[in-house]
Design a protein around this ligand. Structure first.
Ligand SMILES: [Zn+2]
Length: 129
């Protein structure tokens, strides 16, 4: 079981990146960030005026309705990427023989609820263990 960055998007700008593209990604736990966003955020964090402005104003406050609407598919794509990552994470746990009971206990749900939520994509239909 290998979790890769292939086919991922930047969680911040929506750019497709990863292996085989010219958009390097880095990140973890489902969130990915591209080199361009790192550079942009780095520039903000290291410029006192830009950083002060960024701390006090959320970018969406100055966006038009059209800009907000245009961002919605990107937000959903990022959410879907994180959802898929959670499935891959559970697949990784299952490949290490972590039981559905332990996964459920960690999530505060029953073994059956964990299995119902995560087993469909992995193809693992055995709720035993
Ligand atoms: Zn980006």
């Amino acid at each position: 079981m290998a979790i890769t960055r292939e086919g991922r998007i930047c969680s911040f700008c929506g750019a497709s990146g990863g292996p085989g593209t010219d958009v390097p990604l880095i990140g973890g736990l489902g969130a990915q960030i591209c080199a361009g966003c790192i550079d942009d955020f780095h520039a903000i964090l290291h410029d006192e005026q830009k950083h002060a402005a960024a701390r006090h104003a959320m970018p969406w406050e100055s966006m038009t309705d059209t800009e907000l609407l245009a961002s919605l598919p990107q937000i959903l794509a990022s959410a879907e990427q994180n959802h898929a990552f959670a499935h891959e994470w559970v697949d990784l746990l299952r490949s290490r023989n972590v039981s559905w009971a332990e996964i459920g206990r960690t999530l505060g749900v029953s073994r059956q609820a964990a299995w119902e939520r995560f087993s469909k994509k992995s193809g693992d239909k055995s709720a035993t263990a």
